[in-house]
Design a binder for this molecule. Sequence first.
Ligand code: FES
Length: 291
Amino acid sequence: MTTPSQQPSQTPKPGSQPAEQTYAAASDDVDVTTISPVSDDGERLRETPPADPFGPDIDAEAKELAARYPQSRSALLPMLHLVQSVQGYVSQEGIAFCARQLDLSEAEVSAVATFYTMYKRRPCGQHLVSVCTNTLCAVLGGDDIYKKLSEHLGEDGKPLGHEETSGEPGETGSITLEHAECLAACDLGPVLQVNYEYFDNQTPSSAVELVDALRRGEKPQPTRGAPLTDFRSVERQLAGFFPEEEDVFRSDVDAPSQAVETLRGAQLAADRGWTAPVMPENAPLPEVEAK
Ligand code: FES
């Protein structure tokens, strides 16, 4: 007998599902009446709302976010990060939650959540490792780093794919791997990020050492910026919630992120006394050519 807790996952992965994971394909030893959405009289759908993973605290924080903007719908991006801080991804319940909070349709929320790559549609690991494979990093070794990590984190000879997770999502040492477009640190390439914190000037072997440390539950210090936490904690920060204590905030969130390379151009200009031309008060707008 199959109990409701043994039902197929309520979080289907994107794309087509294997037939054996659907109710229709339940085998002989499954009592389909216990998992059917239709009641005994066969006339109404079961009225069991899905469990709400967002408690009163998150509900209050969502309302606080909505109140920060003249139009509440502007809070959608941070609210999706808040959802990810709870579940490690944007689930269907998360989409419904945002829609309810902001008086939007689920289709509108879905359209946004699927547009931006920072919103994950599958549960993320404790850490998100993003390897820059954009042009500059790629030619400096970013492609090799991604390939090496993909093979190293894979199982049974199968490389880990983009946005796939090594280990059980959310558990200590689990890692979601993704390739990323320019991470805005080309002067320090090839770079990768862990939970959006930078690890500069990487090589395939330094990247392997890094993910091995993460898998052991360690949190190596990023090259610059704030100390490493985990994906869900960073999602809370991206939602706009920070530690209230000034010293904790300064040490955990607001660490300096510039490098010598980042400032080299500004330093050179300062050394040579170069300044940008002053912007004229009433600069004429350029003519727009009629087509
Ligand atoms: S190309 Fe990798 S940070 Fe810009």
